[in-house]
Design a protein around this ligand. Structure first.
Ligand SMILES: [Zn+2]
Length: 654
């Protein structure tokens, strides 16, 4: 029995979920209000099945899973966090870590302690040192209160080369510790022969120190602001260390987490001091990207807590139409390390991938969030409410002040905006933006559509034309609903293939989409470990830093790692490329068929039960029933003999 099975066996799903959701028994299931979406009327769309230990929201979220997925979603935890929490509740002891893991954790904890001590040290200096007077004055001038200074533990680094170095050495920390924590830098002494003497000195001198903490509130590093006007750089960050990774941290998230959850909205600003000012004014759902381009990782972090993410953009930075147009045409991928923090195409793609609602909020020219909040908190609230979807924002900026009666201007704007609209994942949204653009440019939608239809490299495949094979190079036999045992084998087989050849997932998703079906989803699997492995695989394919398989190995929890190795080690007969594609699509269709059948059964059951009890709510299940049934019909059609006979590449499946 795996640890996960053990934990599941010990925890009562209904009891656990009842702690968050008020449940009432309804036949075989328990029903309640979904805790993950807002309710207009009190429709119980959230069901828990004690016999399978699963839950599902049939409403807006349309999501489900087991207790792991539930606490991950409820508490915003990753798998390993959920494992810790549930193991604790179940009284299951987790496998001891390897000596290397223990050593690594000890090392990181040691560095965290050093950084905590450094935050206290700098903070003490800011409060008390006579040399810090100008720093205190600077903060007073910005209107920051003592309470805010305490809450963010702001500090001051002395104008000296070795103050921190000597202080922490006297406390027993080594030079290596100080270097590893990024507090000290090392250089060859200029007056000595190369590589003879290396000298260490304080990295931060005469600067305002802003401690940067991770989502859990643990120290990771500092951002240091120069206090003299002519000093460059104005902002200096801790270097990349084992703990500090600018692109993976959002400043203020540990304090903003709950307010973001409560309001469903997260606001991203550029400066850390803007965050502090916002929190001080009572706008606690604000975080910062620390002055650099927002990364997908950061957006993903926010998406865990927020439905809607607002980017507060400074008017000069993104408002310039020429820059904006250049950006959209020239850049194709989401920039991870660029200096420009606004990339509409990157954002629209990430928005689709994450299923997020990303909006742009424009600040008045020349003002920082900090200035706006100080000038008028009401104005800030108004700007938050007026935030626009990325595409609408781009249309507005590009058309502002242009002569829209000029045909050349119309064409130019259409060419700039249409590729962006093409990138929008949601078909309804895409349509709405196209209509909006047509109205704005006063041209017909048909003309815009013909312009879009021009083939562009890297575009998503078009739906199959009539008479063309919908299924390429595949011929699954007529599928019978698999038994549970077969199904679990099928899940492992499908994921095993994908883990061996991660890139095959792209082809599979394209094949599914060309059949009018959604991409492969963790929901197609019932085994939570396999769901998480698929998710990890999708993440590994989205990043570009390392090989997907390497990314997978390095980002998996020990339990999942073991499962990954087991799947990779499982026996598999050699297959050629075409066979892999066929087998994958076949397996995925069967999994989808089973998942849909299961959901339909569950939902029919709930509807019937509600009707028996004379519950008028039975009707609310209808639209979802219709949707699921039509999805299932699409899958069935993919298995049909017609689909097979049209397929010129088909090979019989053994
Ligand atoms: Zn829901």
């Amino acid at each position: 029995m795996s640890v996960i099975d053990d934990i599941k066996a010990r925890i009562d799903t209904v009891e656990l979920i009842s702690q968050t959701v008020k449940l009432r028994k309804s036949g075989r299931a328990y029903m309640g209000l979904c805790p993950f979406h807002a309710h207009k009327n009190n429709t119980p769309s959230f069901a828990v099945w004690p016999d399978t230990g699963t839950w599902r929201c049939f409403g807006q979220c349309n999501e489900g899973g087991d207790i792991f997925k539930f606490v991950m979603k409820r508490d915003g935890l990753d798998f390993s966090g959920a494992l810790q929490l549930l193991a604790g509740l179940a009284g299951v002891e987790l496998k001891p870590r390897t000596p290397e893991q223990v050593a690594q954790d000890d090392h990181l904890n040691h560095l965290r302690q050093l950084l905590e001590a450094a935050a206290v040290y700098y903070h003490h200096l800011l409060r008390n040192a006579p040399q810090a007077r100008h720093a205190r004055e600077h903060l007073a001038q910005r209107g920051l209160t003592d309470k805010a200074i305490e809450m963010f533990q702001l500090g001051y680094a002395l104008d000296a080369w070795d103050a921190a170095l000597n202080y922490f050495k006297a406390k027993g920390y080594t030079t290596e510790d100080l270097l590893a924590a990024g507090l000290v830098v090392e250089k060859e002494a200029e007056d000595s022969p190369p590589s003879a003497v290396r000298r260490q000195f304080d990295r931060f001198r005469d600067r305002l120190m802003i401690p940067v903490r991770d989502e859990q509130g643990r120290m990771t590093g500092f951002q240091a602001r120069a206090l003299q006007p002519d000093v460059v750089p104005k902002f200096m960050n801790s270097p990349q260390t084992a703990l500090f990774d600018k692109g993976r941290t959002l400043f203020g998230l540990h304090l903003a987490r709950k307010p973001i959850r409560d309001s469903g909205v997260a606001v991203v600003v550029e400066g850390n001091l803007d965050v502090i000012a916002a929190h001080q004014a009572g706008f606690a759902n604000v975080v910062s990207s620390q002055g650099t381009a927002l990364t997908e990782h950061q957006l993903r972090l926010l998406k865990k807590h927020a439905k809607r993410i607002l980017l507060a953009l400074d008017a000069d930075e993104a408002g310039d139409a020429a820059t904006l147009r250049g950006l959209m045409v020239a850049r194709d991928a989401f920039d991870r390390e660029g200096e420009i923090s606004f990339d509409p195409r990157g954002l629209v793609r990430v928005e689709g991938r994450l299923g997020a609602d990303i909006r742009v909020m424009t600040l008045p020219p020349g003002l920082d969030p900090d200035d706006v909040i100080r000038r008028s908190p009401e104005e800030w609230t108004r700007l938050v409410e007026a935030a626009e979807p990325v595409v609408e924002y781009v249309i507005r900026v590009l058309t502002a002040g242009r002569n829209l009666d000029d045909p050349k201007v119309k064409a130019e704007i259409a060419d700039a905006v249409l590729p962006l609209i093409d990138d929008v994942a949601d078909p309804i949204e895409r349509e709405a933006y196209r209509q909006k653009l047509a109205r704005t440019l006063k041209v017909s939608e048909a003309v815009l559509a013909s312009r879009t239809a021009k083939p562009k490299p890297g575009k998503r495949p078009a739906p199959p034309a009539p008479g063309q094979p919908v299924l390429r190079r595949t011929a699954p036999g007529r599928a019978q609903p698999a038994t549970e045992l077969e199904a679990s084998k099928l899940e492992m087989y499908c994921l095993g293939l994908l883990l061996r050849r991660p890139e095959a997932l792209y082809q599979l998703d394209r094949d599914l989409q060309s059949l009018g079906l959604e991409k492969l989803s963790p929901d197609d699997f019932t085994d939570v470990e396999l769901q998480l492995l698929l998710q990890a695989l999708q993440l590994a394919l989205e990043q570009i830093d390392v090989e997907p398989s390497e990314h997978l190995r390095h980002n998996l929890d020990a339990v999942l790692q073991a499962r990954l190795e087991a799947l990779l080690a499982s026996e598999v007969h050699p297959v050629d490329e075409i066979k892999v594609k066929e087998d994958l699509l076949n397996a995925a269709l069967r999994l989808r068929q089973r998942a849909l059948a299961q959901r339909l059964n569950q939902l029919r059951f709930l509807a019937e039960d509600a009707r028996e009890q004379g519950d008028a709510l039975a009707e609310v299940y209808q639209p979802e029933l219709v949707r699921l049934a039509s999805e299932r019909a699409k899958v069935d059609r993919a298995f049909s003999p017609q689909a097979r006979s049209r397929n010129v590449f088909s090979k019989p499946v053994a």
